[in-house]
Design a protein around this ligand. Sequence first.
Ligand SMILES: NC(=O)c1ccc[n+]([C@@H]2O[C@H](COP(=O)([O-])OP(=O)(O)OC[C@H]3O[C@@H](n4cnc5c(N)ncnc54)[C@H](O)[C@@H]3O)[C@@H](O)[C@H]2O)c1
Length: 287
Amino acid sequence: MMKTTKTPETITLEKTFPGNIPPAVAPPDAPQSGFAEKIAIVTGGGRGIGFAVARQLIAHGAEMVALFDLKQEALEKAVTSLDKTHCYPVAVDVTDEEQVKNAVTQIASRYGRIDLLANMAGIPGPSARVENYSFSAFKNVYAVNVFGTFLMMKYCLPYMQKNRYGTIVNTCSCSGMRGYALEIGYGSSKSAVLGMTMNAANENGGNGVRVNCVSPGWVNTGMLDDILSQYADTKDGGYTKETLRNGTMNRPSTPDEVANVVRFLLSDDARYVNGANFVCDGGKTLG
Ligand SMILES: NC(=O)c1ccc[n+]([C@@H]2O[C@H](COP(=O)([O-])OP(=O)(O)OC[C@H]3O[C@@H](n4cnc5c(N)ncnc54)[C@H](O)[C@@H]3O)[C@@H](O)[C@H]2O)c1
């Protein structure tokens, strides 16, 4: 007897989940065009990872990258090595709601929209056991890492939702995933960043807006220099160059190695990635 083969009905995503695909997202076979015409904000853009992200976005065609940073001096230095026609420095303290609101509104009204947000501003706080960790230091760390990230998302999201397009990358850390000793302020603030990332991703996936975070290990930036110089001799024992645990690669990453991941998450190449924590730690969290 001849076998009859039944041709399976072609099931398209559109057919199975009608109306569930954000219209602004490029179809899978569309050519990727980097960041052409994209308007971006990068907090902590004055130095370190934020600066590397800003530089890469400009190199990959972003129309405008607004660098938000607390330090005017850092911003002035940063723009000297960036293409000035595609960057816009703004002195803003991300812990201050009025400043964030005004700065975000300024960018949105000047350029018409906000497509990309990279929340890179962060501070480490001291290295100390819980009982020795000052409450004011704890609050300072939360003000920048948690409240700053929250405020930036709060004021950027409405512009993204309006266009049904936007991508946000927040900065968590291995510390936020592992609870390393002597890092109660920093580690728990980064756990909160991971939590906020998942909340915002949940709320916005259906709007064409994605929210992810990156978790670096040690990165060779001014922050690492600050940690080694300011905190090495604390009474509880801070880090030294020798005691940094760098994971399988035996070295900290460069800012660009983390920025590569941030750039991917911000891009349409990552259009199906939402609510993810992308670990970029050279294997540090393997143990
Ligand atoms: N360097 C590391 O080893 C490491 C590891 C894991 C995670 N991270 C995270 O990566 C992000 C970037 O770190 P980095 O190493 O580039 O740090 P960095 O200190 O080199 O740069 C941070 C930038 O943020 C700015 N900033 C600080 N407080 C601010 C505020 N209130 N408002 C606006 N800007 C402010 C600073 O002026 C600075 O230019 C941070 O969120 C940090 O926690 C860093």
